[in-house]
Design a protein around this ligand. Structure first.
Ligand code: PGA
Length: 250
């Protein structure tokens, strides 16, 4: 089975609404590539103007977070229904920065994944080990645990449509990209874990990204690995270089 690559930018807490529109207009002609799905995951306040600015292009829009409750007294939170109404198709769930600074746990990640699917939004589910965990040789065990909890109660049909982003924490924003062997090894372990939870067909369908200091230079080799179906890109997604990453196969 051939999986369509998916290359997503994670803007994090960057770009005001007007800066966001200017950046989309700058990147739009650079990120044309019919072979891959291109997603811009942007701050909540940028979603509406970015959706508007992306109309007529190949860019799909994602959020960087959402809440798992349907609606109500949750001051400051944003619901899945709001995201759908605004034109969002993807949502990053459980990024390591949200786990570290905003107390996200595997349990809240699972609730958010279920809520995203309930509203037809594709979750980009993040997992990844710290440097200590890698040095202690527990990377695969740790990732398998994150995946198993994230997918509790998720049906095989839903899982097949999910995106998983493997992002070693020590490689995020550090310029320290994992070697292709390290990235492929963990992405394969994730696919094997999905096969164990569901079946081979689901494992073959699910898309697994690598994230962590992806650059125009490292993208071609990373994305050529059997189990790496694209990337989640932070810093480089705010620059014209993102066009080169999206067109890694040209
Ligand atoms: P980076 O961020 O590409 O700047 O390392 C990746 C991410 O956090 O998704």
């Amino acid at each position: 089975m051939s999986r369509k690559k998916i290359i997503a930018g994670n803007w994090k807490m960057n770009q005001t609404p007007s800066q966001a529109v200017a950046l989309v207009n700058q990147l739009k002609p650079l990120v044309e590539n019919q072979d891959v799905d291109v997603v811009f995951c942007v701050p909540a306040i940028d979603i509406i103007p970015v959706v508007e600015a992306c109309k007529g292009s190949n860019i799909q829009v994602g959020a960087e977070n959402m809440y798992f409750e349907e609606k109500g007294a949750y001051t400051g939170e944003i619901s899945a229904e709001m995201l759908v109404d605004a034109g969002v198709q993807y949502v990053i769930i459980g990024h390591s920065e949200r786990r570290e600074y905003f107390a996200e746990t595997d349990e809240t990640v699972n609730k958010k994944v279920l809520q995203a699917f309930a509203h037809g939004i594709t979750p980009i589910i993040c997992c990844g080990e710290s440097l200590t965990q890698r040095e202690q040789g527990i990377t695969i065990d740790w990732i398998r645990q994150q995946i198993k909890i994230a997918f509790l109660q998720v049906t095989a049909e839903q899982a097949a449509k999910a995106v998983i982003a493997y992002e070693p924490i020590w490689a995020i924003g550090t310029g320290k990209v994992a070697t292709t062997e390290q990235a492929q090894e963990v992405c394969k372990a994730i696919r094997d874990c999905i096969a164990e939870i569901y079946d081979e067909q689901t494992a073959a369908a699910i898309r697994i990204q690598y994230g962590g200091s992806v650059s125009a230079a490292s993208a071609p080799e990373l994305f050529a690995q059997e189990d790496i179906d694209g990337g989640l890109v932070g810093g480089a997604s705010l620059k014209p270089d993102f066009g080169k990453i999206v067109n890694y196969n040209k």
